[in-house]
Design a protein around this ligand. Structure first.
Ligand code: SF4
Ligand code: SF4
Length: 380
Protein backbone atom coordinates (compact mmCIF):
# COMPACT_ATOMS: atom_id res chain seq x y z
CA UNK A 1 0.00 0.00 0.00
CA UNK A 2 1.42 3.37 -0.95
CA UNK A 3 0.19 6.95 -1.08
CA UNK A 4 0.67 9.89 -3.43
CA UNK A 5 2.49 12.74 -1.75
CA UNK A 6 3.78 16.08 -3.04
CA UNK A 7 7.53 16.66 -3.16
CA UNK A 8 8.28 20.38 -3.74
CA UNK A 9 11.94 19.66 -4.51
CA UNK A 10 10.86 17.53 -7.49
CA UNK A 11 7.86 19.73 -8.35
CA UNK A 12 5.66 16.66 -8.65
CA UNK A 13 3.74 14.03 -6.75
CA UNK A 14 5.42 10.73 -5.95
CA UNK A 15 4.77 7.44 -4.19
CA UNK A 16 5.49 7.05 -0.47
CA UNK A 17 4.44 4.43 2.04
CA UNK A 18 2.51 6.83 4.31
CA UNK A 19 0.18 9.77 3.61
CA UNK A 20 1.61 13.29 3.47
CA UNK A 21 1.95 14.74 6.99
CA UNK A 22 4.11 17.81 7.37
CA UNK A 23 5.33 18.95 10.79
CA UNK A 24 4.28 22.33 12.21
CA UNK A 25 7.81 23.52 11.45
CA UNK A 26 10.82 21.61 10.21
CA UNK A 27 14.37 21.61 11.60
CA UNK A 28 16.76 22.44 8.77
CA UNK A 29 20.44 23.19 8.17
CA UNK A 30 22.31 25.22 5.58
CA UNK A 31 25.94 24.35 4.86
CA UNK A 32 28.13 26.64 2.73
CA UNK A 33 30.43 24.12 1.02
CA UNK A 34 32.72 26.91 -0.15
CA UNK A 35 33.91 27.83 3.33
CA UNK A 36 34.57 24.38 4.80
CA UNK A 37 38.20 23.55 5.62
CA UNK A 38 37.59 19.85 6.45
CA UNK A 39 38.98 20.27 9.95
CA UNK A 40 36.42 17.65 11.14
CA UNK A 41 35.72 19.60 14.34
CA UNK A 42 32.01 19.08 13.65
CA UNK A 43 32.61 15.35 13.29
CA UNK A 44 34.31 15.11 16.67
CA UNK A 45 31.91 17.47 18.41
CA UNK A 46 29.14 15.08 17.38
CA UNK A 47 31.11 11.96 18.27
CA UNK A 48 32.02 13.27 21.72
CA UNK A 49 28.40 14.23 22.37
CA UNK A 50 26.59 11.12 21.14
CA UNK A 51 28.58 8.15 19.82
CA UNK A 52 31.64 7.61 22.00
CA UNK A 53 30.37 4.30 23.46
CA UNK A 54 31.28 0.69 22.77
CA UNK A 55 29.83 -0.55 19.49
CA UNK A 56 29.69 2.99 18.10
CA UNK A 57 33.27 3.08 16.85
CA UNK A 58 32.32 3.29 13.20
CA UNK A 59 29.27 5.50 13.76
CA UNK A 60 29.88 8.92 12.25
CA UNK A 61 26.55 10.69 12.43
CA UNK A 62 28.42 13.71 11.09
CA UNK A 63 31.21 13.23 8.57
CA UNK A 64 32.93 15.46 6.04
CA UNK A 65 34.09 13.78 2.84
CA UNK A 66 36.11 15.08 -0.10
CA UNK A 67 34.26 14.79 -3.38
CA UNK A 68 34.64 13.29 -5.91
CA UNK A 69 36.54 10.36 -4.31
CA UNK A 70 35.49 10.49 -0.66
CA UNK A 71 32.62 8.35 0.62
CA UNK A 72 31.41 7.13 3.99
CA UNK A 73 30.48 4.34 3.90
CA UNK A 74 32.37 3.34 0.77
CA UNK A 75 30.54 4.25 -2.44
CA UNK A 76 27.32 5.20 -0.59
CA UNK A 77 26.06 7.53 -3.30
CA UNK A 78 27.47 6.06 -6.50
CA UNK A 79 26.01 2.64 -5.65
CA UNK A 80 22.47 3.94 -5.20
CA UNK A 81 22.78 6.30 -8.19
CA UNK A 82 23.72 3.34 -10.34
CA UNK A 83 20.76 1.29 -9.10
CA UNK A 84 18.41 4.22 -9.71
CA UNK A 85 19.38 4.45 -13.39
CA UNK A 86 18.94 7.56 -15.53
CA UNK A 87 17.81 10.63 -13.61
CA UNK A 88 15.96 13.01 -15.90
CA UNK A 89 15.00 16.61 -15.16
CA UNK A 90 12.80 18.69 -17.43
CA UNK A 91 13.37 22.22 -16.26
CA UNK A 92 12.81 22.11 -12.49
CA UNK A 93 10.60 19.01 -12.64
CA UNK A 94 12.06 15.60 -11.98
CA UNK A 95 10.95 13.09 -14.59
CA UNK A 96 12.94 10.07 -13.43
CA UNK A 97 12.09 7.57 -10.70
CA UNK A 98 12.72 8.09 -6.99
CA UNK A 99 13.91 5.28 -4.72
CA UNK A 100 10.27 4.79 -3.64
CA UNK A 101 9.17 4.21 -7.22
CA UNK A 102 11.67 1.50 -8.24
CA UNK A 103 11.96 -0.88 -5.27
CA UNK A 104 12.78 -4.54 -5.81
CA UNK A 105 10.06 -7.16 -5.40
CA UNK A 106 8.65 -7.08 -1.84
CA UNK A 107 10.80 -4.06 -0.89
CA UNK A 108 9.64 -0.61 0.27
CA UNK A 109 12.57 1.30 -1.19
CA UNK A 110 15.49 0.78 -3.51
CA UNK A 111 18.52 0.27 -1.28
CA UNK A 112 21.45 -1.83 -0.17
CA UNK A 113 23.26 -2.72 3.05
CA UNK A 114 26.94 -1.77 3.04
CA UNK A 115 29.44 -4.52 3.94
CA UNK A 116 31.39 -4.24 7.19
CA UNK A 117 34.49 -3.35 5.14
CA UNK A 118 32.68 -0.36 3.65
CA UNK A 119 32.76 1.31 7.08
CA UNK A 120 36.50 0.85 7.51
CA UNK A 121 37.75 3.93 5.66
CA UNK A 122 36.07 7.11 6.93
CA UNK A 123 38.81 9.31 5.43
CA UNK A 124 39.14 7.62 2.05
CA UNK A 125 39.80 10.11 -0.74
CA UNK A 126 40.36 12.99 1.68
CA UNK A 127 41.98 15.99 0.00
CA UNK A 128 42.31 14.13 -3.32
CA UNK A 129 41.58 16.16 -6.42
CA UNK A 130 39.45 14.97 -9.34
CA UNK A 131 42.57 14.12 -11.33
CA UNK A 132 46.14 13.62 -10.22
CA UNK A 133 48.55 16.52 -10.76
CA UNK A 134 51.68 14.88 -12.12
CA UNK A 135 55.18 15.76 -11.00
CA UNK A 136 56.45 18.83 -12.80
CA UNK A 137 52.97 20.01 -13.72
CA UNK A 138 51.74 23.32 -12.46
CA UNK A 139 48.19 24.46 -11.98
CA UNK A 140 46.83 26.90 -14.51
CA UNK A 141 43.86 29.09 -13.69
CA UNK A 142 41.08 28.24 -14.38
CA UNK A 143 42.20 24.70 -13.66
CA UNK A 144 40.85 21.25 -14.46
CA UNK A 145 41.62 19.43 -11.19
CA UNK A 146 38.96 20.18 -8.59
CA UNK A 147 37.59 18.87 -5.29
CA UNK A 148 35.34 20.08 -2.52
CA UNK A 149 34.25 19.12 0.96
CA UNK A 150 30.79 17.66 1.48
CA UNK A 151 29.47 17.86 5.04
CA UNK A 152 26.97 15.11 5.83
CA UNK A 153 24.47 14.44 8.58
CA UNK A 154 21.03 12.83 8.66
CA UNK A 155 18.67 15.02 6.64
CA UNK A 156 15.63 14.59 8.91
CA UNK A 157 13.79 14.04 5.66
CA UNK A 158 10.18 14.98 5.04
CA UNK A 159 9.70 11.50 3.53
CA UNK A 160 12.29 9.45 5.44
CA UNK A 161 13.24 6.20 3.73
CA UNK A 162 14.41 4.83 7.09
CA UNK A 163 10.92 5.35 8.51
CA UNK A 164 9.19 3.97 5.43
CA UNK A 165 11.40 0.86 5.46
CA UNK A 166 11.00 -0.06 9.13
CA UNK A 167 8.70 -3.08 9.51
CA UNK A 168 8.44 -2.49 13.30
CA UNK A 169 7.28 1.14 13.06
CA UNK A 170 10.16 1.99 15.40
CA UNK A 171 11.01 5.22 13.58
CA UNK A 172 8.93 8.36 13.93
CA UNK A 173 9.01 11.98 12.81
CA UNK A 174 8.07 14.52 15.48
CA UNK A 175 5.06 16.69 14.65
CA UNK A 176 6.44 19.73 16.45
CA UNK A 177 9.78 20.01 14.63
CA UNK A 178 10.18 17.18 12.08
CA UNK A 179 13.10 15.52 13.90
CA UNK A 180 13.33 11.82 12.92
CA UNK A 181 14.10 9.43 15.78
CA UNK A 182 14.47 5.68 16.33
CA UNK A 183 12.61 4.32 19.35
CA UNK A 184 15.28 2.14 20.94
CA UNK A 185 12.68 0.10 22.82
CA UNK A 186 10.81 -0.91 19.66
CA UNK A 187 13.84 -1.45 17.39
CA UNK A 188 14.78 -5.12 16.84
CA UNK A 189 17.80 -4.42 14.66
CA UNK A 190 16.43 -5.74 11.36
CA UNK A 191 18.53 -3.03 9.61
CA UNK A 192 15.88 -2.23 7.05
CA UNK A 193 16.52 1.46 7.82
CA UNK A 194 20.24 1.01 7.11
CA UNK A 195 19.32 -0.57 3.79
CA UNK A 196 16.61 1.96 2.94
CA UNK A 197 18.37 5.25 3.77
CA UNK A 198 20.14 6.28 0.55
CA UNK A 199 22.36 8.67 2.53
CA UNK A 200 23.45 5.77 4.77
CA UNK A 201 22.86 7.79 7.93
CA UNK A 202 21.20 5.06 9.96
CA UNK A 203 23.78 2.80 11.62
CA UNK A 204 23.52 -0.66 13.20
CA UNK A 205 25.11 -1.04 16.64
CA UNK A 206 26.29 -4.63 17.05
CA UNK A 207 26.68 -4.34 20.85
CA UNK A 208 23.00 -3.51 21.40
CA UNK A 209 21.64 -5.08 18.18
CA UNK A 210 19.69 -1.91 17.43
CA UNK A 211 19.99 0.90 14.90
CA UNK A 212 20.91 4.48 15.83
CA UNK A 213 21.04 7.78 13.98
CA UNK A 214 21.49 11.53 14.41
CA UNK A 215 18.98 12.91 16.89
CA UNK A 216 19.38 16.55 15.81
CA UNK A 217 20.75 17.29 19.32
CA UNK A 218 17.10 17.55 20.41
CA UNK A 219 17.88 18.26 24.10
CA UNK A 220 19.76 21.40 22.95
CA UNK A 221 17.27 22.30 20.23
CA UNK A 222 14.39 22.18 22.72
CA UNK A 223 16.27 24.81 24.74
CA UNK A 224 16.66 27.11 21.74
CA UNK A 225 20.24 26.09 20.89
CA UNK A 226 21.72 25.09 17.54
CA UNK A 227 23.11 21.54 17.11
CA UNK A 228 26.64 20.57 18.22
CA UNK A 229 27.98 20.31 14.65
CA UNK A 230 26.83 23.90 14.03
CA UNK A 231 27.97 25.38 17.34
CA UNK A 232 31.47 23.93 16.94
CA UNK A 233 32.09 24.64 13.25
CA UNK A 234 35.43 26.41 12.89
CA UNK A 235 34.74 27.66 9.37
CA UNK A 236 31.34 29.16 10.36
CA UNK A 237 29.83 27.43 7.38
CA UNK A 238 26.73 26.12 9.16
CA UNK A 239 23.34 27.48 10.11
CA UNK A 240 20.60 25.61 11.96
CA UNK A 241 17.00 26.73 12.37
CA UNK A 242 13.40 26.08 11.46
CA UNK A 243 12.11 26.06 7.91
CA UNK A 244 8.56 27.19 7.24
CA UNK A 245 6.26 25.28 4.93
CA UNK A 246 7.41 25.56 1.30
CA UNK A 247 4.26 27.39 0.27
CA UNK A 248 4.64 30.13 2.89
CA UNK A 249 8.30 31.07 3.40
CA UNK A 250 9.09 34.09 5.59
CA UNK A 251 11.54 36.60 4.15
CA UNK A 252 12.89 37.39 7.65
CA UNK A 253 13.66 33.73 8.45
CA UNK A 254 17.30 33.11 7.43
CA UNK A 255 16.70 29.46 6.44
CA UNK A 256 13.58 30.31 4.41
CA UNK A 257 15.45 33.15 2.76
CA UNK A 258 18.35 30.95 1.61
CA UNK A 259 16.21 27.94 0.61
CA UNK A 260 12.95 29.35 -0.74
CA UNK A 261 13.51 33.02 -1.55
CA UNK A 262 17.09 33.38 -2.79
CA UNK A 263 17.14 29.62 -3.69
CA UNK A 264 20.89 29.58 -3.14
CA UNK A 265 20.80 26.61 -0.73
CA UNK A 266 19.83 23.29 -2.33
CA UNK A 267 19.08 19.74 -1.15
CA UNK A 268 21.54 16.88 -1.64
CA UNK A 269 20.40 14.36 -4.26
CA UNK A 270 16.80 15.58 -4.38
CA UNK A 271 16.13 12.92 -7.05
CA UNK A 272 16.18 10.22 -4.35
CA UNK A 273 12.76 11.64 -3.38
CA UNK A 274 13.09 12.06 0.40
CA UNK A 275 12.78 15.87 0.49
CA UNK A 276 15.91 16.12 2.66
CA UNK A 277 16.21 19.10 5.04
CA UNK A 278 19.93 19.79 4.91
CA UNK A 279 20.59 22.43 2.25
CA UNK A 280 23.89 23.21 0.57
CA UNK A 281 25.31 26.30 -1.04
CA UNK A 282 26.99 24.43 -3.91
CA UNK A 283 30.74 24.64 -4.55
CA UNK A 284 31.70 27.25 -7.12
CA UNK A 285 34.74 25.48 -8.54
CA UNK A 286 33.35 22.18 -9.78
CA UNK A 287 31.93 21.22 -13.20
CA UNK A 288 28.32 22.26 -13.69
CA UNK A 289 27.11 18.72 -14.43
CA UNK A 290 28.60 17.33 -11.24
CA UNK A 291 26.86 20.04 -9.22
CA UNK A 292 23.61 19.32 -11.05
CA UNK A 293 23.82 15.63 -10.24
CA UNK A 294 24.34 16.38 -6.54
CA UNK A 295 22.10 19.39 -6.00
CA UNK A 296 19.61 19.39 -8.87
CA UNK A 297 18.95 21.86 -11.70
CA UNK A 298 19.10 24.96 -9.45
CA UNK A 299 22.85 24.53 -8.89
CA UNK A 300 23.96 26.71 -11.84
CA UNK A 301 21.91 29.69 -10.71
CA UNK A 302 23.02 29.23 -7.10
CA UNK A 303 26.68 29.32 -8.12
CA UNK A 304 26.11 32.49 -10.16
CA UNK A 305 24.32 34.11 -7.24
CA UNK A 306 27.17 33.25 -4.88
CA UNK A 307 29.52 35.05 -7.25
CA UNK A 308 27.40 38.20 -6.86
CA UNK A 309 26.84 37.79 -3.10
CA UNK A 310 29.09 40.72 -2.23
CA UNK A 311 26.45 43.07 -3.66
CA UNK A 312 23.48 41.46 -1.88
CA UNK A 313 23.05 42.91 1.62
CA UNK A 314 20.58 40.29 2.86
CA UNK A 315 22.66 37.40 1.62
CA UNK A 316 25.87 38.80 3.07
CA UNK A 317 24.01 39.46 6.32
CA UNK A 318 22.98 35.81 6.69
CA UNK A 319 26.41 34.52 5.65
CA UNK A 320 27.96 36.74 8.34
CA UNK A 321 25.46 35.54 10.97
CA UNK A 322 26.41 31.90 10.37
CA UNK A 323 28.39 30.45 13.25
CA UNK A 324 28.24 33.61 15.37
CA UNK A 325 25.86 32.41 18.09
CA UNK A 326 24.92 29.10 19.70
CA UNK A 327 21.28 30.20 19.83
CA UNK A 328 18.69 29.48 17.11
CA UNK A 329 18.10 32.57 14.96
CA UNK A 330 14.38 32.77 14.19
CA UNK A 331 14.48 36.03 12.26
CA UNK A 332 17.05 38.50 10.98
CA UNK A 333 17.37 42.07 9.74
CA UNK A 334 20.04 44.01 7.90
CA UNK A 335 20.54 47.72 8.58
CA UNK A 336 22.86 50.24 6.96
CA UNK A 337 24.98 49.95 3.84
CA UNK A 338 27.37 47.18 2.82
CA UNK A 339 30.44 49.06 4.05
CA UNK A 340 29.23 50.06 7.51
CA UNK A 341 25.97 48.16 8.12
CA UNK A 342 25.12 45.34 10.50
CA UNK A 343 23.11 42.10 10.44
CA UNK A 344 20.98 41.31 13.48
CA UNK A 345 19.63 37.93 14.64
CA UNK A 346 16.57 37.55 16.86
CA UNK A 347 15.17 34.75 19.00
CA UNK A 348 11.63 33.37 18.90
CA UNK A 349 10.30 36.26 20.97
CA UNK A 350 11.94 38.85 18.73
CA UNK A 351 14.75 39.67 21.19
CA UNK A 352 18.12 40.56 19.68
CA UNK A 353 20.66 37.78 20.27
CA UNK A 354 23.45 38.72 17.89
CA UNK A 355 24.75 41.68 15.88
CA UNK A 356 27.58 41.35 13.33
CA UNK A 357 29.11 43.81 10.85
CA UNK A 358 28.37 43.21 7.15
CA UNK A 359 31.99 43.90 6.41
CA UNK A 360 34.49 42.36 8.77
CA UNK A 361 36.89 45.10 9.89
CA UNK A 362 40.56 44.65 9.02
CA UNK A 363 42.86 45.86 11.79
CA UNK A 364 46.51 46.35 10.93
CA UNK A 365 48.49 46.34 14.12
CA UNK A 366 51.58 48.46 14.65
CA UNK A 367 54.91 46.71 14.60
CA UNK A 368 55.71 48.06 18.06
CA UNK A 369 52.88 47.77 20.60
CA UNK A 370 53.78 50.57 23.02
CA UNK A 371 51.16 49.58 25.60
CA UNK A 372 52.51 46.03 26.02
CA UNK A 373 56.01 46.88 24.84
CA UNK A 374 56.14 43.99 22.38
CA UNK A 375 57.41 43.91 18.84
CA UNK A 376 55.51 42.01 16.18
CA UNK A 377 57.48 40.26 13.51
CA UNK A 378 55.99 40.00 10.08
CA UNK A 379 56.53 36.53 8.68
CA UNK A 380 55.15 37.31 5.24
S1 SF4 B 1 18.79 10.87 5.99
FE1 SF4 B 1 18.36 8.67 6.16
S2 SF4 B 1 18.34 8.29 8.37
FE2 SF4 B 1 18.04 10.50 8.08
S3 SF4 B 1 15.80 10.81 8.04
FE3 SF4 B 1 16.52 10.63 5.89
S4 SF4 B 1 16.26 8.44 5.46
FE4 SF4 B 1 16.19 8.62 7.69
S1 SF4 C 1 33.83 22.13 11.59
FE1 SF4 C 1 32.98 23.35 9.86
S2 SF4 C 1 34.84 23.87 8.66
FE2 SF4 C 1 35.42 22.16 10.00
S3 SF4 C 1 35.00 20.31 8.75
FE3 SF4 C 1 33.14 20.70 9.95
S4 SF4 C 1 31.84 21.90 8.55
FE4 SF4 C 1 33.92 22.02 7.73
Amino acid sequence: MSHKVYNWQLKRKMKYKYPQVRPQRQVAWVFDTNKCIACQTCTFACKNAWTSGKGQEYMWWNNVETKPWGFYPLGWDVRILEKLGAQKWRGDTYKGDTIFETPGYGEETLGFIPDDDDYMYPNIGEDEGSVAVKKGEYIKVPHQPWMFYLQRICNHCTYPACLGSCPRKSIYKRKEDGIVLIDQKRCRGYQECVKGCPYKKSFFRASTKKSEKCISCYPAVEKGKQTQCVQNCIGKIRLFGYKSKWRSPRADNPIDYLVHIAKIALPLYPQFGLEPNVYYIPPVNVPENFNKQLFGPGARRAVQMYGRAAKDKKLIGILMLMGCTDKIIHSFKVKGDLARGFAYGYDEKGREIIKVPLKEPIIIRKQHDKQRDVRRISIT
